[in-house]
Design a protein. Structure first.
Length: 295
């Protein structure tokens, strides 16, 4: 569980890195199971974004391995989805008693050329009415900067939904939101990063000689209906991970809104980026001030 101060830190920065939520042994076991799942599934389409290839540059051919809704391929992931260590913190960051699954996705960045993700919010992929939607990234092995760790813009969630470029998958203008300007969140095996779906984030290229293995879990307040049905294909969507789902005539059993209406961005990405850059120059981050929680 997070302390009251850690919850305030999450609300202020839009993320918190929880240290040691899983033990080193548990992380190693989940890493082995993750790679076994990918081996059983054999060849899968490379999910690298076209915008990610552009960011990597024409001289480097990068790639990713992935598995959507991983809990349908291994019970180990099903058990982890309802682990109290995870769902209790998920409820805290949402500010609710109930937690509902949206989807999961396993990502492996191969050694030496693991694909990057340009800076973006998760919001345009699955906008929700009240923005009570968040993510957790489980690290099953160490993720130093050279392995393409996650990078964030602290406080960027306060800008609300931003206008994204849909070409090559939703991303913010690379010239306005360069990866190098974001805060790297180096992590160890067993650490879990929680962040809102409005927090601007991305990750770099894995240039190391080891794979980077992470598991993404997107979760929400079951009382917060999605505004589109773009992720209706997610088989696990709607599963209650903690608490209950109350009957709502406007939301079906999978958490899909009966009627949908697209959200309207509150401000432009360029203006928000300019503000973030200006603030970063006037108030440089001090070493050791990242939002982390020790477990």
């Amino acid at each position: 569980m997070l302390t009251a101060q850690e919850v305030r830190t999450y609300n202020k920065n839009g993320y918190i890195l929880v240290k040691g939520l899983l033990s080193k042994r548990e992380a190693a076991e989940m890493r082995a199971e993750a790679h076994a799942v990918l081996e059983r599934k054999k060849a899968q389409p490379d999910p690298t974004w076209a915008s990610g290839r552009e960011a990597a540059g024409a001289m480097m051919q990068t790639s990713l391995q992935h598995c959507h809704d991983t809990q349908f391929y291994s019970a180990a992931f099903s058990r982890l989805l309802t682990d109290p260590r995870f769902v209790d913190i998920a409820a805290q960051v949402l500010g609710t008693q109930d937690v509902q699954l949206h989807h999961t996705k396993l990502f492996v960045k191969p050694p030496e050329a693991g694909s990057p993700f340009p800076m973006h919010q998760d919001h345009p992929f699955f906008p929700h009415k009240y923005h009570r939607m968040a993510a957790a990234i489980f690290h099953f092995d160490d993720a130093p900067n050279e392995k393409g760790c996650v990078r964030v813009m602290p406080g960027s969630h306060k800008n609300g939904p931003l206008t994204h470029d849909p070409a090559g998958s939703y991303h913010l203008p690379i010239s306005d939101w360069p990866l190098d300007a974001a805060t790297p969140l180096e992590a160890e095996a067993g650490d879990v990063l929680f962040f809102t779906y409005l927090t601007v984030h991305g990750s770099g290229i894995n240039t190391s000689d080891e794979a980077r293995t992470t598991w993404l879990v997107q979760f929400r307040d079951p009382a917060d209906p999605p505004l589109t049905d773009d992720h209706r294909f997610s088989q696990g969507q709607g599963q209650i991970l903690r608490g209950v789902r109350h009957e709502d005539p406007d939301i079906d059993e999978r958490g899909i809104a009966v009627s949908t209406k697209p959200a309207t961005p509150k401000r432009s990405a360029t203006k928000a980026a300019t503000k973030a850059k200006t603030g970063a120059k006037s108030k440089p981050a001090k070493k050791g001030t990242k939002a982390t929680a020790k477990r």
